[in-house]
Design a protein. Structure first.
Length: 198
């Protein structure tokens, strides 16, 4: 049984989760099902036209300080993006089009690092192409695949599936039908697998 990892490239707490999940899941012997999606449709269904961290300033202030503490504890670099949230549409399509390709986890980490450690605009085609190039991948071919109607429809279907599963934020983890939300619930999700789903 896998751990489904639902992540959004604009999501702050998805950053440390994406950087941590592979070694932790491997230590528990749990395969990862990488599930890129967009939070925009989910937020819109709740009447929000922006991140709740922008809509509620006190919550946003807390989140950035909390993220600083968490990243410091994990030894992860953090540079607050000059624009938040940035659109993760293009890299999400790339990640979805990648399917089970072995380079997917490295690509996901490179996008998060670009956004939250380098303050780069991950919605720009050139930035995403450079990240793919650095991984030794055929950027033009992958980007063309990610811009196909199939990839676009696939990402829409992914958002619908997230809503059907009751996902309301990112990162979210699903193990054996149980939903865990937040970077600080990653260990709980893996522990649940060990106790009940392994």
């Amino acid at each position: 049984m896998t751990i489904q990892f639902w992540f959004e490239f604009a999501s702050t707490y998805s950053y440390p989760a994406a950087m941590r999940i592979e070694p932790l899941a491997a230590a528990h012997g749990v395969p990862i099902d990488w599930r890129p999606f967009l939070l925009g449709p989910i937020f819109a269904s709740q009447g929000w036209n922006d991140s709740p961290f922008n809509l509620y300033p006190a919550k946003g202030h807390y989140m950035w300080r909390d993220l600083e503490r968490r990243c410091n504890g994990y030894g992860l670099p953090l540079l607050r993006p000059s624009r938040f949230p940035r659109s993760g549409l293009l890299p999400a399509r790339v990640a979805l089009a990648a399917g089970g390709e072995p380079w997917l986890p490295a690509f996901v980490r490179s996008v998060y690092h670009a956004n939250f450690a380098e303050d780069r605009n991950i919605s720009e085609r050139g930035v995403v192409a450079e990240l793919l190039d650095k991984l030794g991948l055929p950027a033009a071919q992958i980007l063309a695949r990610s811009e196909s109607e199939m990839a676009k429809e696939g990402l829409r279907a992914q958002a619908e599936e997230a809503q059907r599963l009751g996902i309301f934020g990112a990162p979210s983890f699903i193990v054996g039908g149980e939903l865990f939300w937040g970077d600080d619930r990653l260990e709980d999700a893996l522990g649940w697998h060990a106790r009940y789903a392994g």
